[in-house]
Design a protein around this ligand. Sequence first.
Ligand code: FPP
Length: 248
Amino acid sequence: MSTSKNTDALEPKRLPRHVAVIMDGNGRWAKKHGVTRLRGHEAGAKAVRAVIEACRAIGGIETLTLYAFSSENWRRSKTEVSGLFRLLSKYIRLELDNLNAEDIRVVFIGQTKGLPKRVIADLEESRELTKNNRSMQVNFAVNYGARAEIADACRAVAEEVKAGRLQTTNIDEESVARHLYDPSSRDLDLVIRTAGEMRLSNFMLWQASYAEIVVTRTLWPDFRKRHLYSALREYQARTRKFGGRRGR
Ligand code: FPP
């Protein structure tokens, strides 16, 4: 569990290239502060801004993936779900110019089915506007579930077979990986989960196969640069083995 608080130097050569955050604890933060859950999510949106800025400033982190709305989040009250989507749209509209000015590419991963038209349009606009940006990629996982992503990829593989472009005997990991929602994103190096829960919650199960997982008790709305640095230092202190004997 990550505890260190300062922003000591990191080893630039050992930075994770793909970092993801399971942003958890907005509700607990709201309860702690005696405000509505929606206010907790709004406070969470401020942390999103801070963490994107910090990752961009560090340099070397190529992709940051943020779990904004899971396919299971539909089970929440209608008020919370529509509030979350309104917040997401507001965030994108407010931040898009900044993200673009920072040369950040915005990508959406998840299923569009069921999403409000406004959200789909905002995500599409941000993707289109930033598609040639190169400093960093930010993936927003919205209506995302890893099992659905893998099932969707399998369906696409089956279509390739049906069309005669692929033989079943040639299906391998690469055949599935090229149909993931963003095939250009490399495997995850580091998954950070806030609010102390030690689970992946149907998040990037394929891409997280060899990821290091850092869990912090900090609630997402309180998460800032120093917590990110702490997680990155914990990552750098790990030995990655990828199933072998030595780290690489
Ligand atoms: C988990 O907290 C968080 C979410 C379900 C939504 C994440 C959304 C944001 C951080 C705000 C908007 C996002 C963007 C990208 C601008 P929880 O409600 O499950 O917390 P709890 O477990 O304490 O109840």
